[in-house]
Design a protein. Structure first.
Length: 171
C-alpha cells in the first residue's frame, strides 16, 4: 500500500445559516472538522467566507446548491429548485455563477467541489462539474480516484432517516 493517508472530516452547508456556521466553526476550532463545503447563495455566506479567510487552515470547497428535495409520503418532492437540472446550459451557467461567487467571497479557488444532496452524481451536472474540477485540478466528491469517500458513521441516509456520516480519505 504505502504512502501517507489523511483523514478529512468535511462539513457541508457552510454559509447556509448562522447556526450551521456556528456548528462548523466550533467543530473546526476543536480540531474535528478540517474541511467545509461552502454554499454561496445564502444570506450567511458572507459570515462563513469571513471566517474562512481569517482561518486558512480550514480547507474550503464549493458546495453547489442547485436545489433541495425532501422525502415525504415515500417520494422525493422539491423544497426549492435553482435551475432545471436537465438543462445543460442552465447547469453550466449556474455552476459558473456559484464558482465565481466562491472566488469573489474567498479570494481563491475551492479546494474541492461537491453538491447539496449529491446532485453532481447525475447528468448533466456530473459532466459539467467534472470538467470544472479537472480544469482547476481539484477533486469532485465520489468521482476523484485519489479521494475515497466513506459512509460508515452516524448521520442521515438519503431517505432522511438517521444513518451514517460521510468521511473522506485522501490517498
Amino acid at each position: 500500500m504505502g504512502g501517507e493517508k489523511y483523514l478529512i472530516v468535511n462539513a457541508d452547508d457552510f454559509g447556509q445559516s448562522p447556526g450551521i456556521n456556528r456548528g462548523i466553526i466550533e467543530a473546526h476550532e476543536h480540531g474535528i472538522v478540517t474541511s467545509a463545503s461552502f454554499m454561496t447563495r445564502w444570506p450567511s455566506a458572507g459570515e462563513a467566507a469571513s471566517y474562512a479567510r481569517e482561518h486558512p487552515k480550514l480547507s474550503v470547497g464549493l458546495h453547489l446548491d442547485l436545489g433541495e428535495w425532501v422525502y415525504r409520503a415515500e417520494e422525493w418532492v422539491p423544497l426549492y429548485t435553482v435551475i432545471p437540472l436537465d438543462d445543460p446550459s442552465a447547469v453550466e451557467l449556474e455552476v459558473s455563477r456559484q464558482l465565481e461567487a466562491f472566488q469573489d467571497l474567498l479570494g481563491k479557488h475551492p479546494a474541492h467541489i461537491n453538491s447539496h444532496q449529491h446532485v453532481h452524481m447525475h447528468e448533466p451536472v456530473r459532466s459539467i462539474t467534472l470538467q470544472v474540477c479537472q480544469r482547476l485540478g481539484i477533486p469532485l466528491r465520489n468521482l476523484s480516484p485519489e479521494l475515497h469517500y466513506f459512509t460508515r458513521f452516524y448521520g442521515q441516509t438519503c431517505m432522511g432517516k438517521h444513518g451514517k456520516v460521510r468521511l473522506y480519505r485522501r490517498t
